[in-house]
Design a binder for this molecule. Structure first.
Ligand code: SF4
Ligand code: SF4
Ligand code: SF4
Length: 247
């Protein structure tokens, strides 16, 4: 049986999500039999050739990126946006809080004109995306699930309920009860409350649920005397590029 050719590409990002795949180990073994990796800069030096599935990490931040992602989309039968940078713009979206000229000058000083930059965009703000693997970094079991769906041509729906649901199932003590704010009530689940299981807060890296329980969130904030601005500013860290849009 012909193997499905899979290629990984990276745009503006830290490449931490690719590293997650490189570290998946056993979970990936049964998939590796069915695919042929044709490009994956972090684990192999060969590159080029045709591919069926493009796994795209990183956000679109330059004019060159825009051209490149359009070329990748043209060649790929299936495109998977991989990690927060690709799905929501991720931390790169923070650039959009500032004037682009100021940003260039701050970073590149008198060489600012050498670098073209455009407002940070998630991949689907430029081309069509078929599957999403949210998270910074991605949650490896979810990536395996999505890849299996993509290989079988089946749909994968990102969970659209709050991280709090998974957190409660995992019987964690709530961060708010410890006097710490957490974005779990408005953030999409699917990571099995990875951070709160490990004593951390949820930073909102998977984007906002489509229908957040605003009243419930307001009640929690009121109970703990926390301004709404604090929560929304924290949420901005991963989600600025898609502010006001469905993620
Ligand atoms: S989503 Fe996070 S871990 Fe993944 S590439 Fe972007 S910054 Fe790195
Ligand atoms: S607010 Fe945070 S710590 Fe509390 S239940 Fe929700 S995800 Fe868990
Ligand atoms: S708990 Fe929150 S910050 Fe952590 S991986 Fe899940 S969605 Fe992201």
């Amino acid at each position: 049986m012909k193997k499905v050719r899979v290629a990984f590409f990276d745009f503006s990002c830290c490449e931490g999500c690719q590293l997650q795949v490189a570290n998946i180990g056993d979970l990936l073994l049964d998939i590796l039999e069915k695919i042929e990796l044709v490009e994956f800069r972090e684990v192999m030096s060969e590159r080029g050739g045709d591919y069926d599935v493009a796994v795209v990490e990183g956000s679109i931040t330059t004019e060159h990126d825009v051209k490149r992602i359009k070329g990748i989309r043209q060649k790929a039968k299936v495109l998977i946006a991989y990690g927060s940078c690709a799905c929501t713009g991720g931390v790169n979206g923070m650039k959009n809080n500032f004037d682009l000229e100021d940003v260039k000058e701050y970073v590149y000083k008198d060489r600012a004109d050498w670098f073209n930059t455009v407002p940070t965009m998630a991949v689907d703000q430029v081309v069509k995306v078929d599957y999403y693997v949210n998270g910074c970094p991605v949650y490896p079991p979810e990536f395996v699930k999505v890849l299996k769906c993509a290989l079988r041509g089946m749909p994968y729906k990102v969970p659209d309920y709050a991280v709090c649901v998974e957190c409660k199932f995992n019987e964690n003590e709530c961060m708010y009860d410890k006097g710490v704010t957490c974005l779990g009530p408005i953030t999409r689940a699917g990571c099995n409350s990875w951070c709160t299981n490990n004593g951390n807060i949820c930073y909102g890296c998977r984007g906002m649920v489509s229908n957040p329980n605003k009243n419930g969130q307001k009640e929690v904030l009121k109970k703990y005397n926390i301004p709404l601005d604090w929560i929304m500013n924290k949420f901005n860290m991963y989600n600025k590029a898609k502010e006001g849009q469905q993620v």
